[in-house]
Design a binder for this molecule. Structure first.
Ligand code: ZN
Ligand code: ZN
Length: 483
């Protein structure tokens, strides 16, 4: 290459580099958080720890609305409540995203041991269960595997009972195997010929509260009445069976699917300060619906309150401290029966997933946050470390675990970078999906710690100089037949 051609060659390289950079601006440099934002976050953190907005919000929701089963009259009131809260809390923009789903209703439920040991049992229908009254002999199984192993037809005309004990854990990892019984047990019972299904509740306390939750029936099966017993009642049933005689119970459930439910994701935004970057959003939220037994305080009034309050406090910062990007706080519709709100959100925004700066949901109660992690790209590791440093004084450590919350799961699956703020769930399953999920189970100091963590995390993510790697997922490779 002669001297004459040197300049144009450099120019071509420079143009190509600029083009590559424009196509993938993030890949070219490391994401960092400006020092001024880090300093603002320290003040925001300390102020939030003293703030009681989250408590007032969750108190209002659980007191004035109470239980809010998806599609119910109370759910509709909760939507109006959330809209009004965002406005009262000074959000710049409030909007609704319609969400539809099959509506399930619970009217009454009762169970009794019949015969020589006649007595009532405390249980609750699983969400999605049909109504009906069945009376039959009970057959006990120690776990799901035992039920799934029985030959087809062997439970003809009987009621299957799975008596598995859920294990307590800070990160709630005992819920996986316990909730699998709820989702897969009824179908396994039907395949074996059973006419009813009961399980020991997926819970960790010994109070006489059954734990509800959604179940599903596999295609082609005729659903049977399916319910969860309070833990002491499951133990009672086990003792009665140990007496060695055939034992009959009667289950009478009045519940079932009833048309289409309509609700909304209720969304509040604090608009970003940067003319271009304000199109990008940091998404935080919780779910607005709850089961009908308690008042939905820890599941998930707390998550709604934590994130609404965090957004409010960021919105109240002096104008010069406003983050560049928009903060989007979402009270998701119908998480409990199948992530309906989260799926609608992902369907609307998957085409612009790169504009979802970072997404996180609070849906594991109101215990103190102890862990932090993200699914961010390598080029954002400095920014992630800066956020972790700002969270440290709250007693939060970086850990290699966690994932996106349930409702942001669908948008994360489309390629949005997620963050995990892991709450201490040691006692979460003492109350989860029971009549005992009420406001008094929330510790105001822990709630404030949660709010401070969300405020700091969301503020810094929205202020970052660069992104966290959100990008459309590469199309799945064409499936090839396995040898
Ligand atoms: Zn929840
Ligand atoms: Zn739940």
């Amino acid at each position: 290459m002669g001297l004459k051609s040197w300049f144009p060659a450099v120019l071509v390289v420079a143009v190509m580099t600029a083009k590559a950079w424009a196509a993938s601006p993030e890949a070219a440099r490391e994401t960092r958080i400006p020092d001024a934002a880090l300093a603002n976050a320290v003040q925001l953190r300390e102020r939030t720890l003293q703030d009681t907005t989250a408590w007032r919000v969750v108190e209002s929701l659980t007191t004035e609305i109470g239980p809010r089963l998806a599609g119910s009259e109370a759910d509709a009131r909760a939507v109006r409540w959330a809209e009004a809260q965002y406005r009262t809390l000074g959000y710049d923009k409030v909007w609704l995203q319609p969400v539809s789903f099959p509506k399930w209703v619970r009217r009454s439920e009762r169970a009794d041991v019949v015969g020589a040991y006649a007595q009532p049992l405390t249980l609750t229908a699983l969400g999605g269960s049909p109504g009906g009254t069945v009376e039959a002999e009970v057959v006990r199984f120690a776990d799901l595997a035992a039920l799934e192993a029985v030959p087809a037809g062997s439970l003809a005309g009987r009621i299957a009972f799975v008596d598995y004990t859920m294990q307590r854990a800070r990160d709630g990892n005992g819920y996986g195997p316990a909730s699998r019984i709820r989702s897969r047990g009824p179908s396994a019972a039907i395949r074996a010929g059973a006419i009813g299904f009961v399980m020991r509740s997926a819970g960790t306390e010994q109070h006489r509260f059954p734990h509800t939750g959604i179940t599903r029936f596999d295609d082609g099966l005729t659903p049977i009445p399916s319910a969860a017993l309070a833990l002491p009642d499951a133990e009672q049933l086990t003792r009665l069976l140990a007496l060695g005689k055939p034992l009959r119970i009667r289950i009478a459930l009045d519940c079932g699917w009833n048309g289409i439910g309509n609700s909304f994701n209720v969304i509040g935004e604090i608009t970003g300060s940067h003319r271009r970057l304000r199109e990008e959003v940091v998404v935080i939220g919780g779910h607005l619906d709850s089961w009908d037994l308690g008042t939905g305080a820890i599941d998930d009034g707390a998550g709604v309150a934590i994130t609404m309050a965090a957004g409010h406090l960021i919105g109240r910062l002096p104008k010069a401290q406003r983050p560049a990007r928009t903060l989007r706080v979402i009270a998701f519709a119908n998480e409990e029966q199948g992530l309906y709100g989260g799926k609608v959100y992902a369907a609307q925004f998957k085409a612009e997933v790169a504009k979802q700066q970072l997404v996180a949901e609070s849906d594991f109660g109101a215990g103190r946050i102890y862990g932090f992690n993200t699914g961010a790209a390598a080029h954002a590791k400095t920014a992630v470390a800066q956020i972790a440093e700002a969270l440290k004084p709250l007693g939060i450590e970086t850990m290699s675990k966690g994932g996106p919350g349930p409702d942001v799961g669908p948008i994360a699956a489309e390629g949005a970078a997620w963050a995990w703020l892991g709450q201490d769930g040691t006692d979460y399953f003492d109350y989860h999906h029971t009549p005992d999920d009420t406001l008094d189970k929330i510790d105001p100091a822990a709630l404030a710690q949660n709010t401070a963590a969300y405020a700091v995390f969301a503020y810094l993510a929205a202020s970052a100089d660069g992104g966290f790697g959100s990008a459309p997922k590469a199309p799945e490779p064409t499936a090839t037949a396995k040898p």
